[in-house]
Design a protein around this ligand. Structure first.
Ligand code: NAP
Length: 510
């Protein structure tokens, strides 16, 4: 079932050095450690593949994406078994995540067939225009070249080997080199087998996809620095992401680094909603905060409420809802250790009260709840930094002035949430221009965990939520990250890219 190897342009490649995965229980599996030499081989093969794959039609790539989805589904049971073993995530979650993964591959196939992503434009020639004639001009989006993808620890399927970054890059026409995440090399191995099978069925150049397993930090650095790599998709920590972003910027030819890093996803629970259904919101928050051991980039870590008796009831209700939630296994020892350190940092911060203190150790997480005032929050910007796991902070504000100040103090976020009733319209209206500057997605009367994969999703935001505020890593717009516009002036139709040559003119001569 497992190869234990890297997949380099259709060849399964082992090596002398190996590393083990970290199963929740049972014996570890062994995987070859990645090397810088393999990165070079994979990038060169990707460049070679680009000369055919980058010029393939949308229909060819749509068929390929659907075939990958089919091959992944065919390995569904193996993927779930290995995922449970490596990540501690539950079977139902992994089955659901597989559906999301194949669903987004099929969604990109539909998106390619619809064709709008090409943004084809045509300004027809005006030979008689005075004082100068206008040439025939066409524009279309073209793929940028080989793309590197870092698998994410918290979504072994939907954000890893064949996840959203890979799906959108392959959809665009870009070959992909994946740096597998060392937290789930077994799942990555099986998914790579699925992609390999799809490449063979569709007769595509094998360099279109390679995967190098982890175990060696130099591999990640070599991937982003390789001159043939033209962009990077990444989901992970602020520290790791920033280090790799800086390497991209320092290259002789800088390239875009699409990193999704940290977010505390604040919720503003406005007075009318707090009064009408504070306990209900608190219970919903507890569920969202602890789902999947809180290991979601959209985990709502902060709740802002007006101080007073209703805020006290809200805090008490959140505490009661969180208290019975037991220890959950985290994705890796390292992530659990980072959670414990983050919890200790918050607990020791000035002006922060512990509302719910639990006990967890080793690879486990239990929920923690803290409270602070707007004044203390504003005095210590570290309180706004992500603690990855089930940790909530209630910030009490004295009035709308403090609420606005807290909103303005926020770093860039993936999401901001309003809980509001009709009576809160004025406050909601005042917050909207601020939240819009802070987040990629604003939602009302819901919880941000659960990201719809669709045309209108933005999963991104100002730094540090992401390193590129103009992009999303979820939804069909994610394809734009790996495209660039090219203008074709007076180019004969016979030598235009096929997708452009078949397009009818949109703009008639004036
Ligand atoms: P990570 O440590 O940033 O690692 C992500 C990937 O980048 C891994 O493949 C890692 O390689 C590589 N990497 C990291 N730093 C590197 C460097 N300096 N040079 C070269 N490669 C580097 O993230 P993680 O392992 O997923 O989780 C750790 C923390 O990330 C969590 O505690 C949490 O704070 C955060 N996180 C956030 C999100 C989010 O969506 N906001 C999601 C997941 C995790 P190795 O595999 O070799 O380490």
């Amino acid at each position: 079932m497992l190869t234990g190897k890297h997949l380099i342009a259709g060849q399964w490649v082992g090596g002398d050095a190996t590393f083990g995965n970290e199963p929740v229980s049972g014996a570890p599996d062994s995987f070859a450690v990645g090397t810088v030499a393999l990165v070079d081989q994979a990038a060169k093969a990707a460049e070679e593949a680009f000369w055919s794959y980058g010029y393939s039609t949308s229909a060819t790539r749509a068929k390929f994406l659907r075939e990958i989805a089919k091959e992944i589904d065919g390995r569904g049971d193996d993927l779930t078994t290995m995922g449970v073993k490596e990540t501690g995530l539950h079977e139902a979650r992994l089955n659901g995540e597989r559906g999301r993964t194949t669903g987004q591959l099929n969604l990109f196939a539909d998106h390619l067939e619809a064709g709008a992503y090409l943004d084809r434009r045509h300004d027809e020639a005006l030979p008689d225009r005075a004082p100068l004639p206008r040439p025939d001009l066409r524009l279309m989006q073209r793929p940028i070249g080989p793309v590197a993808v870092f698998g994410a620890s918290n979504f072994p399927l939907a954000f890893s080997t064949a996840g959203g970054d890979t799906a959108s890059a392959l959809a665009a026409g870009c070959p992909v080199v994946v740096k597998g995440h060392s937290a789930h090399p077994g799942v990555s191995d099986i998914v790579a087998q699925a992609i390999d099978a799809a490449i063979k069925t569709c007769g595509i150049h094998p360099g279109v996809f390679s995967q190098i397993q982890g175990g060696n930090r130099a591999v990640g650095q070599a991937v982003v620095q390789h001159p043939l790599i033209k962009a990077v998709g990444f989901t992970g920590s602020l520290g790791g992401g920033r280090a790799l972003f800086d390497l991209c910027a320092q290259r002789p030819e800088p390239i875009p680094f699409f990193g999704e890093l940290g977010s505390v996803n604040p919720m503003f629970i406005l007075d009318g909603a707090l009064s009408a259904r504070g306990a209900e919101i608190a219970a919903g928050w507890a569920g969202s905060l602890t789902m999947g051991a809180g290991q979601f980039c959209t985990n709502p870590g902060v709740a802002v409420v007006t101080a007073g008796a209703e805020a006290d009831s809200f805090v008490a209700a959140a505490r009661e809802a969180l208290k019975p939630i037991g220890a959950q296994t985290m994705l890796t020892d390292g992530i659990a250790s980072a959670f414990h350190q983050g919890r200790d940092r918050i607990a020791a911060s000035e002006g922060v009260q512990s509302v719910l203190t639990t006990t967890c150790d080793l690879r486990h997480a239990t929920p923690y709840l803290f409270a602070t005032t707007a004044m203390d929050w504003l005095a210590n910007e570290e309180l706004g930094e992500e603690v990855f796991g089930p940790l909530g902070m209630v910030v009490t504000v004295a009035d709308d002035v403090e609420r606005i100040a807290v909103a303005k103090s926020l770093q860039g976020q993936l999401t901001c949430t309003l809980h509001m009733d009709d009576a809160d319209t004025e406050t909601g209206r005042a917050l909207m221009p601020i939240l819009e500057r802070k987040a990629g997605r604003i939602l009302a009367n819901g919880f941000p965990t659960g990201v719809e994969v669709c045309d209108t999703m933005v999963h991104g935001g100002p730094y540090p939520a992401s390193t590129n505020f103009g992009a999303t890593s979820v939804g069909t717009m994610a394809i734009r990250r790996f495209l660039r516009p090219v203008s074709y002036q007076n180019i004969p139709t016979d030598i235009l890219p096929e997708d452009l040559a078949c397009e009818q003119p949109r703009r008639q001569p004036e």
